[in-house]
Design a protein around this ligand. Structure first.
Ligand SMILES: [Zn+2]
Length: 530
């Protein structure tokens, strides 16, 4: 059976840029575009030329793409203006892009109220804009804004918008669930009607995630006849996000109902880079990856309960819907107080330690883990601390350095300009090979100051810790027995992109943080063979 081609349209750089807290620089945009192109996306929507400086600059020197078509987004001409006299269109036609994604209103209410023009004028603006873009040798995609809500309000008008675009020569007619409120069964039914009433048109779906159904809506649309999916990596996008391509891509490639019927531009080989791509995007945005993200999250293939863990070790298919390697992720058996020996053995194997189940050291490590967990430690998010614990039981961790004491002060005072500032200063005294050294550092907060002071002078180990970066710091306070316990997780990366997490527990948040910091540095020294 020959497979039908589904095209993937990425809007991370346009719709995804609407995400709260996301502000792409020009360099970010170039980096992300290259990554999407390499992954095998068919279209990369670069932004809205003319809307802001970054987007305008991005379209004046287009990125070199080997595979993807480069799309510029903009509105169809304003009613009452001629095509020649519309500055928005002029900017779009001036942008260095293969494709123009026009957005046009498909909901009669919006046309009348938001645009304040007649329904006929709106259709005319769509038709003339598409014809003009074709005359400028651009491929045209029409995003039918509010298509599903519009269809529910006035199906004839919504269909008219799609038909007008098709007849004017748009290559793709994209049905947008702009408010994100449509449900899969509605999408499937409405797409089927459009297919029937606008025969011959190539349809696309642009879903937003306001009912957590953007991925489901995209798949339902494909089942009903859509052949282009719009979405964003990691589900970025305004409000609750756009359809998450990071979930859609593996679903299309690994689930037989889709994989047997369709092919996409992403190969199974490239799929193995998906986890890395997803995490790199988070890195660029300076946010911690979602551990629970389907397919690519750190917990996506993690198993906790002892009985599940032993089954996973025997046959991973028992508890995994796809293999983690297919998406470049890893299987993780969580070490927890429910852990049996099989968890410990599997975790040891993952860090490259092979022991027999009846080896006395396995039992000792298990006891150690249980004791630590009773104190409030949790190793699920702290692989590096687990590895240190295990290697200490095996006698493989040298005493790189001893911290004799540390101190941190936090002071709130007026600076020379008379502004109130908070200053943190830390002093750390360490002993290495019998020699002591004292380092002091100021930081943005007490933990930052301690991190800087600790890493300021570790003598001969200095070259091994120079490129470290603390990228995530999480605190949880909970009740342990009668006292409050603070658990701190820190995550470091280095210049090679390697990252590792450690944990510290104490009644005192600074003490817990310091434990996690020293573990992180010790782990680095151990791994680098210092
Ligand atoms: Zn959108």
């Amino acid at each position: 059976m020959t497979k039908e081609r589904l095209t993937l349209f990425d809007t991370t750089l346009r719709d995804g840029a609407q995400t709260t807290g996301v502000d792409f620089s020009l360099a970010d945009k170039r980096h992300i575009a290259a990554m999407l192109d390499d992954l095998g996306l068919d279209y990369i929507e670069g932004g809205y030329p003319g809307a802001n400086q970054t987007d305008t600059a991005f379209f004046s020197a287009r990125p070199k793409l080997n595979h993807a078509r480069f799309a510029a987004f903009g509105m169809v001409k304003r009613a009452g203006r001629s095509v020649e006299n519309d500055p928005g269109l002029a900017t779009l036609f001036g942008a260095d892009a293969d494709t123009i994604t026009f957005v046009a209103k498909a909901w009669d209410y919006h046309v009348r109220v938001a645009l304040g023009v007649s329904l006929e004028e709106n259709l005319e603006a769509i038709r003339l804009s598409i014809e003009a873009a074709l005359a400028h040798k651009r491929e045209v995609i029409l995003d039918c804004e509010h298509f599903f809500d519009g269809f529910k309000a006035d199906p004839f008008y919504a269909l008219n918008v799609a038909r007008t675009a098709f007849e004017a020569g748009a290559r793709w007619i994209v049905l947008c669930d702009t408010n994100g409120g449509a449900l899969p069964h509605e999408v499937e039914a409405i797409v089927a009607v459009v297919r029937d009433r606008v025969p011959g048109a190539y349809l696309g779906i642009h879903a937003h995630n306001d009912t957590d159904n953007a991925v489901a809506n995209s798949l339902a649309a494909v089942r009903a006849g859509v052949r282009q999916i719009h979405g964003a990596l990691n589900g970025l996008g305004e409000r609750c996000g756009n359809a998450n391509l990071t979930s859609i891509i593996p679903t299309l490639l690994l689930k037989p109902d889709f994989a047997d019927a369709f092919e996409i531009g992403v190969s199974l080989e490239k799929l193995k880079s998906l986890t890395k791509v997803s995490h790199t995007l988070d890195e660029l945005l300076n946010r911690a990856p979602n551990r629970h993200a389907p397919y690519v999250g750190a917990s996506a293939f993690a198993t906790k309960a002892g009985i599940h863990a032993s089954a996973v070790v025997k046959d991973p298919k028992t508890y995994e819907h796809v293999s983690p390697e297919a998406v470049g992720n890893k299987r993780r058996l969580l070490v927890s107080d429910q852990a049996g020996k099989s968890n410990i053995l599997a975790e040891l194997e993952r860090i490259g330690v092979k022991l027999e189940k009846n080896d006395a050291r396995v039992g000792r490590l298990l006891d150690e883990v249980k004791q630590k967990e009773a104190l409030g430690y949790a190793y699920e998010g702290a692989d590096a601390s687990f590895e240190l614990l295990a290697r200490r039981v095996l006698g493989e961790v040298p005493d790189f350095f001893d911290v004799e004491r540390f101190r941190v002060d936090v002071e709130r005072r007026h600076n020379a300009q008379g502004d109130l500032v908070t200053v943190s200063e830390a002093v750390v005294k360490v002993r290495i090979d019998g020699e002591t050294s004292i380092s002091a550092a100021e930081g943005e907060g007490p933990v930052n100051a301690l991190d800087l002071a600790l890493r300021k002078d570790l003598g001969k180990y200095q070259p091994f810790i120079e490129d470290l970066n603390l990228v995530d710091y999480r605190v949880r306070v909970f009740q342990g027995g009668t006292d409050a316990v603070t658990r701190v997780l820190v995550e470091f990366t280095d210049s090679s992109g390697e990252n590792w997490s450690t944990v510290g527990v104490s009644a005192n948040i600074i003490d817990a943080s310091f434990q996690a910091l020293t573990d992180a540095i010790t782990f680095r020294l151990l791994k680098s063979g210092a």
